[in-house]
Ligand binder design. Structure first.
Ligand code: CMC
Length: 428
């Protein structure tokens, strides 16, 4: 039996039966609820889209109450333990785990696209020496749109796939160049003998040695972090990617917008903000006073809380384990003690417990990145590299979805009624 929602409009006495499918009613079904032919009909008001599904998606599932995260049905814990980032990216993009031949072909294709056009190097040379790498990253990704004008043909499946390959392959190169630029070191060309993360570390940290080979534990830890960050359904940056992509803009322009959304401290910039917060707290002794300030509304406990997770973020749990492995190689990050004490107090404190605020993915990731030698302002860039796979999968899904149109929310106008222009001489 079809489930319906019955609404009685007590302005007119009329009743409406709205079908319920997948636990939702269609917002457009509300339009029929009118007082008369001139009435526009009822809309929903949902600032920040807290209770609005903007699409149907088969990519990522989150159960925020139970702390479950699945990519295409596979639990994040299993992927983090057994998969690689490139394999997970394939899964996210194409819906199934690849066969051996598919994985080899995918890896080869990505590896073939890691080089950047030499003009991109020149473009990046123009940034200030102390430019934030995320600012460099997002504007350089946008600039790729000028190099690949074919990308405008967003309805051509083959062309879309080519841009997907280019973007996943080139974002580590852009990120590494941004980092090298900020420290005044020469750019390092990709080494196609290395793995995805091995090559990234090479482009970041190679000095005069003939061949750079990253520590395998650190390489694997970065791969795990990339798996954890690959997609997270309709968050702020993904919604930006879909929103920009819905106008049929090319994926480089859309991805620059998504990266810009990620940059903010409430989203992917949170890992950077966590490290700055831990440095400000300074020592375990400073934790209680800091918690009190947060409770008084004087700032937030960065790396805590989530719009969807109302229990422990499953990614944070895996990151905590990964941190132990990394610290065995690098030595412990001295800020870890402060983070653990913050978590201990926050998990017992009524303020955080009643609001269901738990550590999120960003709470511990920065400590690992710092121990691995990344400067703090590279952290959001390290989030953007793997999330590129998710953004592209969501963009591709949107373009295939017959329900989708250009994103165009409505508003409730609260400004003045129509009025006549007043000449400057008559204004008081
Ligand atoms: N510290 C202190 N109080 C908090 C925090 C926090 N980190 N997060 C939420 N609250 C409080 C908030 O003040 C509000 O209290 P009240 O009801 O008394 O006004 C209540 O909890 C609900 O918060 P909200 O702002 O309505 O929640 P939201 O769903 O709009 O925001 C969030 C989610 C992630 C933006 C927020 O929790 C936050 O700002 N966290 C810190 C930044 C952070 O770590 N962001 C990374 C998110 S995970 C990575 C990603 O996907 O981007």
């Amino acid at each position: 039996m079809t489930q319906t929602l019955t609404i009685t409009d007590n302005r007119t006495g009329k009743q409406y039966e709205l079908p319920i499918a997948d636990g939702t009613i269609k917002a457009m079904d509300l339009r029929q609820i009118k007082t008369g032919p001139d009435d526009f009909g009822v809309m929903t008001y949902d600032p920040a889209f807290q209770n609005t599904a903007s699409c149907r998606s088969s990519i990522t599932f989150i159960d925020g109450d139970k702390g479950v995260l699945l990519y295409r049905g596979y639990p994040i814990e299993q992927l983090a333990e057994r998969s690689t980032f490139l394999e997970t990216a394939y899964l996210i993009l194409f819906g199934e785990l690849p066969s051996r031949a598919e994985l080899d072909g995918w890896t080869r294709d990505i590896t073939m696209h890691t080089m950047l056009h030499e003009n991109i190097k020149k473009l990046m040379d123009g940034y200030q020496y102390d430019a934030h790498p995320m600012g460099i990253f997002l504007s350089t990704v946008g600039a790729l749109s000028t190099i690949y004008p074919d990308a405008k043909q967003v309805h051509d499946e083959d062309i879309r796939r080519l841009q997907i390959l280019r973007l996943i392959a080139k974002v580590p190169s852009i990120a590494a160049y941004a980092y090298r630029h900020s420290i005044g070191r020469p750019y390092i060309y990709p080494d196609n003998d290395l793995s995805f993360t091995g090559n990234f570390l090479n482009m970041l940290f190679k000095m005069t040695e003939l061949k750079y080979e990253a520590n395998p534990v650190l390489q694997r830890a970065l791969d795990v972090l990339f798996i954890l960050h690959a997609d997270h359904e309709q968050n702020c940056s993904t919604s930006a990617m879909r929103g920009i992509g819905s106008s049929n803009a090319d994926p480089y322009s859309a991805l620059a917008g998504a990266a810009a959304a990620l940059y903010g401290p409430l989203h992917g910039g949170a890992n950077e903000a966590v490290l700055r917060m831990l440095n400000t707290i300074g020592s375990v002794k400073g934790v209680p006073a800091f918690i009190e300030k947060v409770k008084k509304g004087e700032g937030r406990l960065m790396g805590f809380g989530h719009r969807v997770y109302k229990s422990y973020d499953p990614r944070a749990r895996i990151i905590k384990q990964t941190a132990d492995q990394v610290f065995e190689v690098t030595g412990q990050n001295p800020l870890l003690e402060i983070a653990l004490e913050l978590e201990r107090i926050a998990l017992e404190d009524e303020y955080f417990v009643s609001r269901r605020l738990y550590p999120n993915v960003d709470f511990y990731s920065g400590l690992i990145y710092q121990a691995m030698g990344f400067p703090v302002d590279m952290f959001p860039v390290l989030f953007a590299i793997p999330r590129t796979a998710g953004w592209l999968a969501q963009w591709d899904e949107m373009l295939r979805d017959a329900d989708q149109k250009i994103a165009r929310p409505r508003q409730i106008y609260i400004g003045p009624d129509a009025r006549d222009y007043v000449p400057l001489s008559k204004r008081s």
